[in-house]
Every structure is written in C-alpha cells, then in structure tokens.
Write a protein that binds this ligand. Sequence first.
Ligand code: AMP
Ligand code: ZN
Length: 124
Amino acid sequence: MTQKMTPSTKSDCIFCKIVAGEIPSPRVHESEDFIVIRDIQPQAKKHLLVIPKKHVANLLEVPTSEAPGIHAGLLATAVAAAKLEGMDSQGFRTVINTRDWGGQTVHHLHLHVLGGEPLAGRFA
Ligand code: AMP
Ligand code: ZN
C-alpha cells in the first residue's frame, strides 16, 4: 500500500480485539493493513470478512485523506482472499453494511465476501 494508514484501535471493539489477537480468530489472509477472517455465523458456504487493522467505524467515517488506500485495499484484499479460497472461478458476492439501516452490527468497517455456492437473491 503506497499510502500509510494512521494506527488506531478502540478498546471496546470486537474487531480491534481480533486484530490485536486478544480474541482468537484464524486468519485466512493478512496484509500490512488488513486481515481476513471467517465469519462466526456464515451466511453462505464460504463467508469471509475483510477488516482494516485501523479502527474506522464505517464507510462514512473513513478519513478523506485515507479513503483511496482503504477503499482500494478492501477490494484488493477481498479479491486476493476470494482467489485463495477458490471463489474466483464461479464467483462471489461482496457486501458492506453501513450503520443501523444498512444492517451494520459490528461498528468497525468490514467487507463481507460470500461464495462457495450459488447465492440466493441479488443481495445478502
Ligand atoms: P455486519 O452485520 O455487516 O456488521 O457484520 C458483522 C459480522 O461480524 C456478522 O456477520 C457476524 O456474524 C460477524 N462476527 C461477529 N463477531 C464475530 C467474531 N468474533 N468472529 C467472526 N465474525 C464475527
Ligand atoms: Zn475496531
């Protein structure tokens, strides 16, 4: 990643705890700025979460100066993880839920990668 992210964690955030290793969660993939884990309640045969190591609550809270790095990093990491998991040949779905009406339950930005089987409906 060309643009360095400012480190940031939040003490009561479950994904910050996973990033810090305080809550165990095996990493499917990891880069300098992102981790990829398996969702604890999978909504498809394969359900990954791409999580920035820096705490950012949601898409609306991404600092403008860091947006290019975070946005590109989320998608590039999702593609890398999808390939690692063999989801590239048949396809997969990516979803970002934002705030309550978007269905966000963990308020640390993350991108869902769903696949491993044909997915019902057009959205999760
Ligand atoms: P969202 O509803 O978009 O905020 O997604 C949050 C996701 O995080 C849900 O799909 C949860 O199942 C998942 N989740 C919550 N806690 C954990 C955990 N400890 N490890 C892995 N996934 C989790
Ligand atoms: Zn966090």
